[in-house]
Design a protein around this ligand. Structure first.
Ligand SMILES: CC(C)(COP(=O)(O)OP(=O)(O)OC[C@H]1O[C@@H](n2cnc3c(N)ncnc32)[C@H](O)[C@@H]1OP(=O)(O)O)[C@@H](O)C(=O)NCCC(=O)NCCS
Length: 165
């Protein structure tokens, strides 16, 4: 369950582990090590991670809050930690922190063929908002734009539906 994971800021030495997972997950499209290490210092950055029992990074989520738009930039979970609620815990923690900071919308792009990620975001209440043709390279692919409007009382649709905890 998502509730069993503790979500922490991704900082310091943890960023080296994040960079390694990012490279292994996204290959030629991955953020470089320098981009990962610099990300928490960017304006509006929200960089989160979850540790496994061995205190190693199991997954991470990097986002940026610009005005009231909380944009998810990158998210990955180590293959051996998947389907155990890590990404869901990260996303719910992000939404909580984002709305506390004034976010009205959470947005992201995802490869159209990425069924697992699309299923994750749909479970959280995200809805399709458009498509960016050939947004991705290696291989070329369209991006789906997904949005989640955050409720004015600070709760997301997913939490109101009872999927968050
Ligand atoms: C997508 C990804 C982040 C999901 O991480 P995860 O920790 O395994 O996801 P969770 O265990 O929190 O799953 C939460 C829900 O998402 C959906 N989901 C996650 N992975 C899924 C998959 N492979 N197939 C179908 N549904 C999936 C399910 O609804 C799941 O709920 P359930 O387990 O109760 O059915 C992970 O597979 C990953 O790192 N993939 C490679 C990188 C990537 O695609 N990043 C996203 C870019 S936008």
């Amino acid at each position: 369950m998502a509730a069993s994971w503790t979500v922490l800021p991704a900082e310091g030495a943890l960023l080296e582990e994040v960079a390694a997972i990012e490279a292994a997950t996204f290959g030629p499209s991955a953020w470089g090590r320098g981009d990962v290490l610099a990300a928490p210092g960017a304006p509006g950055a929200l960089c989160l991670c979850v540790l496994d029992r061995g205190q190693r990074v199991a997954g991470y989520l990097f986002a940026t809050l610009v005005a009231d738009d909380l944009h998810i930039n990158t998210l990955a979970v180590r293959p051996d930690c998947r389907r155990r609620g890590v990404a869901e815990a990260l996303a719910l923690a992000l939404l909580e922190r984002g709305r506390a900071a004034g976010a009205a919308l959470c947005s992201l792009e995802v490869r159209a063929s990425n069924r697992g990620a699309v299923a994750l975001y749909r479970k959280l209440g995200f809805a399709a908002a458009g498509r960016r043709p050939r947004f991705y390279r290696a291989p070329d692919e369209d991006a789906l734009i997904l949005n989640l409007r955050l409720e004015s009382d600070g709760r997301s649709a997913a939490e109101d539906a009872g999927t968050g905890n």
